[in-house]
Design a protein around this ligand. Structure first.
Ligand code: SAH
Length: 396
């Protein structure tokens, strides 16, 4: 008999609504001594079968559901099919790009598995015991996708620690990748190229989730003095420069990211512009003290709240950044401001930005929103998948 997790009374409600997470506090009893990543049957306090999930003994997030159908068997075929079907859904999504998120974890029914495609390369992150357990099946499934020549693992994320897993990186299938691969994205018929060093870069190497923002920047950059704060490898900067920005300043605390931005300027044949290496909180203050002014400010900080508990502190940091940005914004200027902290709701983010604008005595209007694109889907039953929020604000 398969190991079984029995829920506490009332803790079956979210599972019945197809929510994939069961926390340790919801578990009444574990039968059959499951190990990390093992499949467990999940039953209600009354003994009704609710489905099956992956067991994570070391995590607060004790079970991630694979299925809500009690009769479905979780085997190699099941996992491989989930991965391949997810990749197939992406196939026709972006005709204008060779890069796309193929698998987005719970949102695609493959908890803990993130897979990003950069041309012929697939970079995979395994972030849970269940994902780890099926590593070979996931790798084979990704390798079987047409045109894929290499599956590379970048499982060096914090989430693994909470699962009791150590970091792992390296080739899983296929050839050893080069230090850099060049991806292509077309926006309004114009081609851009970006160097992605996914063996070294942040996350899986490129912020695929900012696709909508890149398109929005291309459309408004002309003639504007642009400040790209938290620029990483300068994707936003390149697009602004290529679309006639009057000037572009890129600011990031990472030296290698700024080197990447110079490389991206070079391969797109645009001026790299001013680069500032430093802490944005301090550098934005310096720019303000120098009375600098910009017509387009891009503010895309890293996840400032890692957990729900950090949201209050993060809110203060977001306010600080947005206050400085509001002060640096010229009359008629546009501020594109983002939060990728899942714990911060769109409502709260908007309130924080509103507070910042008020403190800066600037009247800002929302003229657009820039959320995560469709290769980062949000199941209606799993709203937690929505993490990226962006406001496009126009100053009076
Ligand atoms: N907009 C970028 C992605 C930004 S990721 C893109 O589309 O490619 C966030 C960036 O913030 C990273 O490059 C990281 O190096 C940088 N960063 C993190 N903390 C910082 C800080 N305190 N000051 C400046 N940059 C910081």
């Amino acid at each position: 008999m398969e190991p079984t997790v029995v829920l506490r009374p009332g803790r079956d409600k979210s599972v019945r609504r197809w929510h994939p997470w069961i926390f340790s506090g919801g578990v009444a009893e574990v039968r059959g001594n499951p190990g990390p990543g093992d499949t467990v049957r999940v039953v209600s306090a009354q003994g009704e079968a609710l489905g099956a999930g992956a067991y994570s003994p070391d995590s607060q997030l004790r079970v991630r559901m694979w299925t809500f159908d009690p009769d479905t068997v979780i085997d190699e075929l099941f996992v491989a099919r989930r991965v391949v079907e997810s990749a197939q859904r992406r196939q026709r999504m972006y005709a204008d790009s060779d890069s796309v998120r193929l698998v987005f974890s719970e949102a695609d029914g493959v908890p803990g598995v993130i897979a990003d495609r950069y041309g012929e390369f697939v970079v995979v992150q395994l972030g849970s015991a269940g994902a780890e357990r099926w590593r070979d099946v996931v790798a084979d499934a990704l390798m079987s996708i047409e045109g894929v020549g290499c599956v590379y693992e970048r499982s060096d994320i914090d989430a693994r620690e909470r699962e009791g897993l150590s970091a792992r990186t390296g080739v899983l299938r296929g050839d050893t990748p080069p230090a850099e691969t060049i991806i292509g994205e077309r926006i309004d018929g114009r081609a851009y190229r970006f160097a992605v060093g996914f063996t070294e870069g942040q996350k899986t190497g490129f912020y695929l989730d900012q696709r909508h923002a890149r398109a929005a920047i291309a459309r408004v950059a002309a003639g504007r003095r642009v400040l790209n704060a938290f620029s990483y490898t300068g994707a936003f900067s390149v697009i602004a420069a290529a679309n006639g920005a009057a000037s572009v300043t890129s600011l990031d605390s990472s030296g290698p990211a700024l080197v990447g931005a110079r490389r991206n300027a070079e391969i797109n044949d645009v001026e790299v512009g001013e680069q500032i290496e430093g802490d944005a909180f301090a550098e934005l203050r310096t720019l303000r003290d120098r009375a600098r002014s910009y017509d387009l400010i891009l503010l895309d900080p890293p996840k400032l709240a890692q957990t729900e508990a950090q949201v209050d502190r993060a809110a203060r940091a977001y306010k600080d950044l947005n206050l400085l940005a509001a002060k640096l914004l010229a009359p008629g200027g546009i501020l594109m401001t983002f939060s990728c902290s899942g714990g911060m709701s769109p409502d709260l983010f908007q309130k924080v930005v509103a507070g910042a604008a008020l403190d800066a005595r600037r009247n800002l209007r929302i003229i657009g929103r820039l959320d995560q694109p469709g290769d980062h889907p949000v199941p209606l039953s799993f709203p937690e998948a929505a993490y990226l929020k962006g406001l496009v604000l126009e100053a009076e």
